[in-house]
Write a protein that binds this ligand. Sequence first.
Ligand SMILES: NC(=O)c1ccc[n+]([C@@H]2O[C@H](COP(=O)([O-])OP(=O)(O)OC[C@H]3O[C@@H](n4cnc5c(N)ncnc54)[C@H](OP(=O)(O)O)[C@@H]3O)[C@@H](O)[C@H]2O)c1
Length: 284
Amino acid sequence: MSIVVTGATGHLGRLVVEELLSRGVPAEEVVAGGRRVEALTGLAGRGVRVARLDYDDPATLDAALGAGDRLLLVSGSDPEARVEQHRAVLAAAARAGVALVAYTSILRADESPLALAATHRQTEADLRACGLPAVLLRNGWYTENYAQALQEAAATGAVTASAGDGRVASATRADYAAAAAAVLAGEGHEGAVYELSGDTAWSFDEFAAAAAEVLGRDVSHRRLSTDEHVASLTGVGLDEPTARFVAGMDTAIAQGALDSTTGDLSRLAGRPSTPLTDALRGLL
Ligand SMILES: NC(=O)c1ccc[n+]([C@@H]2O[C@H](COP(=O)([O-])OP(=O)(O)OC[C@H]3O[C@@H](n4cnc5c(N)ncnc54)[C@H](OP(=O)(O)O)[C@@H]3O)[C@@H](O)[C@H]2O)c1
């Protein structure tokens, strides 16, 4: 039995591999999969098995997966392409006879107003349809998504958002990776749906206060309407559809899309999620 991690060349997958090793999973039982295998040589040097694994190349999927493996399918980074890419991975997993598929979905995927949730809902449905034993890791927002907001706060003393009093229960990628590794290395998770998020949901007023504490300067929360947000984003060079997509995330946050604090993440990780101020300090 191997634990195969896709997207191991990326931020989250890499952290999951590190977590598996630090939890005592033998390196030779871990397969770090990615397109750019040259980015995985450091892991290979530590005994981790490395596989070229491209969602668009079924032969690489068949070569990487074996009967009885546990697979972490890290959602692809191209929302336009990923439903078909995930289908290709699930088809290969079924051919191989993997024992468990864990999929990184999105928080409250079944009801989320986030535009991004549609592709995750489809992959969740495909996962149910393929009949493989599965576990859903429905990830909320990474705190790292706000690195640019922190830079903006440092430069201008303001954080701009159009999320009103909406709250975000963010956690760091390392927190999500700890929860994923616990599932992959543990027992009894088949069929589970985990709503993974930070222990505390913060508002943008609270984000501004945390940024002020970390930066040692005054930071205010500049509340924008959706149209003002779109205009400010197009003003710094974003095309209109991208600006609407980004502002739409804040609209969804205002509707409560990312405020769930179920405690699933900290229970799985065996520790509290990283507090916002600590995470922001880490981003500096
Ligand atoms: N919850 C959140 O806040 C949040 C934020 C952003 C993204 N996400 C989602 O979470 C995923 C993981 O996040 P991350 O921070 O680790 O993203 P990341 O650093 O961009 O990593 C994405 C990984 O997906 C791999 N990948 C993309 N297309 C692939 C393909 N066709 N075949 C094989 N591998 C492919 C990439 O491989 P290469 O290195 O070879 O390109 C990379 O390893 C993202 O892909 C996205 O779906 C979540």
